[in-house]
Design a binder for this molecule. Sequence first.
Ligand code: PMP
Length: 360
Amino acid sequence: MSSLDALPIRDDLRGKSPYGAPQKVVPVALNVNENTHPIPEDVARDIVTSLAHAVLNVNRYPDREFTDLRVSLAGYLGHGLTADSIWAANGSNEVLQQVLQAFGGPGRSLLGFTPTYSMYSLLASGTGTRWIAAERDADYELSPETAAAAVRRENPDIVFLCSPNNPTGTPLSLETIEAVYDATDGIVVVDEAYFEFAPEGTRSALTLLDGRDRLLVSRTMSKAFAFAGVRVGYLAAAPAVTDALRLVRLPYHLSALTQAAATAALAHSAEMLAMVDDIKAQRDRISEGLAALGYHPYRSHSNFVLFGGVDDPNGLFEALLERGVLIRDIGLPGQMRVSAGTEAETSAFLDAMAAVSSKV
Ligand code: PMP
């Protein structure tokens, strides 16, 4: 059997590891920030009806412009957005990859504020873009001054701002986004994958789009919409940005089945998002429960909580797994991340934490 090392792979990919959160079958899986609530049955039935129509035409290529889906996404986002400002792909990972293909690449750089979503550096490496890791403030917050200073110093071609940030859960102010935008001539992406879990009244970076042609706001249907298995991510930006992305996307990249399923689900957005309030309540229960056990949960506007005060993350991971609960060791010393589940899953996690905490 040949080894990876023996292949004539690109030098810059040698020794790299792929994205690899464990996919284990366990009773309580709270490790990849999924929405663990199943989608409502009547919505599922509508999606199946849509798919049944679409499948009769799969002999033909799908609408390359995914027009119905873009119209539905624009309607969902609001803020006066129209379809010509919307782009979509197979998960926001693919959207972000396309952004790097169009605006990054060899000789160009991408800056992010670490710890942040682990795929950013992997997408940079896959597209031959230089990755620049800049630092956050205390407690993983990011002030306008800290962010703008790093951007001025490093002068990257692209900045990815994760809002709220994964894996820390910490929110990002609009002032920080504006300061970063003003500090660069490059592309600024605000990744709002978890935006729907922010407190009522939190303003989205979508409100900053007007007059900022280099600002891109990405979202996903994987989290709040409970649609991770379908793979739909999207962004809003100036129409010229979507024209740039058309230059790098593969033709017909969104399958007819994906387009049909997503459009049907968006017609039920209120119902699809009904569980978001419960997830936010479970997240707050997690933060309170962990604090009561003596851990240090960080401020979270997302559907997960990062907590410190763990003496032995690997030991805790294994002890919880023995009790059927899967959480995430994201490689930060003394810290672990857990996604908010249903009420029962969250109780199972908190009970397991109480049981093991005295021993770990
Ligand atoms: N951005 C962030 C911050 C994420 O955490 C994730 C998923 N974990 C994504 C983007 C990608 O999500 P998807 O490709 O499922 O849309």
